[in-house]
Design a protein around this ligand. Structure first.
Ligand code: KIV
Ligand code: ZN
Length: 398
């Protein structure tokens, strides 16, 4: 267990919580099947208590999608947990994920009612009790229970360790400590896990999990730092979609663990990476959230080269400017894109690939005309090149 990282995909739950990203039942089922082909370990299929549509989506995914563990989210409340268990009933391998807020800011905002206690200390005691009750109830439905301390990243470390201890004693098998607000920086987030693990001394079957939001653009960096601190599950979404600025992007986390494996003790990740590109496109289409061209791994430009020096380099040896193979993530290999920064090498190797032979004496003239055209356009396409070569050279006024 310790030698691999569990990939927990929450595209259909936290991802769908991105404003404007809601998906139909059919789209969710299609994406869940694709996530199973991608071989993610866990699919968080939704939050069943939140709406009848969410309930149905979780139920259908649990019934129809085989392979990954199917997980449903529930607040630390009896009704939520029973509803999650009901939605998961048709599944073979299921997980209930229950959560409660633990930071002072969240306690103040969410537990104002005096029935939770009058002071912060009393409210904290109530949260410990609710944690215990929620995890114990969830365990009556499944052996696989995940507990999350919401806003762990801003929670007092001593209290966080107490909550984690209670959750483990009640039967939680996965402990997720989310950076709910995307506030942490990598060494701080890693230190939080080290401190909790040190204080709690968890039994070996307990898996610690990272769940990072991208408010400061650090979700992937924080997730990777957590792995270096002993975490063995990462919660992430395709294309990094999610609440506000989003969650850690699955494709980036996975490729970082693979490409820089030695930095992480060569932990195994069981994702079938050549499906990353088509999964990314499917999610972009279903949510209506386009993938920016410069997005790492799955962006259109992620393996494209326009500058002359770069083109010359990759045409000789791809690893001069590529740290992974495009095919490994389902992208087209050797994407030489022609534009105003391209050089002779890139231009003539593209013409040769198109089967166009350019006599030596015309090469300079064609290159100059190519540059003039490239100045007028964002990109020069194969059709432009054909026209350019076929056109008669303009007469020299001298
Ligand atoms: O960001 C968060 O804290 C969450 C929890 C429900 C895990 O999404
Ligand atoms: Zn979240």
């Amino acid at each position: 267990m310790n030698d691999r990282v569990i990939i927990f995909d929450t595209t259909l739950r936290d991802g769908e919580q991105a404003p404007g990203a809601s998906m139909s039942l059919d789209e969710k089922l299609r994406i869940a099947r694709q996530l199973a082909r991608l071989n993610v370990d866990v699919i968080e299929a939704g939050f069943p208590i939140s709406s009848p549509a969410q309930f149905e989506a979780v139920q259908r995914i649990a019934a129809e999608v085989e392979g990954p563990i199917i997980c449903a989210l529930a607040r630390a409340r009896e009704e939520d947990i029973r509803t999650a268990a009901e939605a998961l009933k048709p599944g073979k391998r299921t997980r209930i994920h229950t959560f409660i807020a633990t930071s002072d800011i969240h306690i103040d905002a969410k537990f104002g009612d005096v029935r939770y206690g009058r002071t912060l200390a009393e409210k904290r005691q109530t949260i410990l009790r609710l944690t215990d009750e929620a995890v114990r109830l969830a365990r009556t439905f499944t052996d696989d229970v995940e507990f999350s301390a919401e806003d762990a990243g801003r929670t007092d470390i001593g209290y966080l360790a107490e909550v984690v201890q209670v959750a483990i004693e009640a039967g939680a098998t996965t402990i997720n400590l989310p950076d709910t607000t995307g506030y942490c920086v990598p060494d701080e987030y890693a230190a939080m896990f080290r401190a909790v693990i040190e204080r709690v001394q968890p039994p070996p079957y307990v898996v610690f999990s990272a769940h990072c939001h991208d408010d400061l653009g650090l979700a992937v960096a924080n997730s990777l730092a957590a792995v270096q601190a002993g975490v063995r599950q990462i919660e992430c979404t395709i294309n990094g979609i999610g609440e506000r600025a989003g969650n850690a992007a699955l494709e980036e986390v996975v490729m970082a663990l693979k490409v820089r494996g030695q930095r992480f003790g060569h932990l195994a990740v069981h994702i079938v990476t050549p499906y990353l590109m088509e999964t990314s496109r499917m999610v972009a289409l279903a949510t209506g959230f386009p993938v920016p061209p410069n997005k790492a791994i799955v962006g259109r430009n992620a393996f494209s080269h326009e500058a002359g020096i770069h083109q010359h380099g990759v045409l000789r040896r791809r690893d001069t400017y590529e740290i992974m193979r495009a095919e490994e993530v389902g992208q087209q290999p050797e994407q030489i894109r022609l534009g105003r920064h391209s050089g002779r090498h890139g231009l003539f190797s593209r013409l040769a690939r198109l089967g166009i032979e350019v006599p030596e004496e015309r090469k300079e003239e064609i290159y100059q005309r190519f540059l003039a055209l490239a100045d007028l356009k964002k990109e020069v396409y194969d059709e432009d090149l054909r026209r350019l070569v076929e056109a008669k050279p303009t007469a020299d006024p001298e």
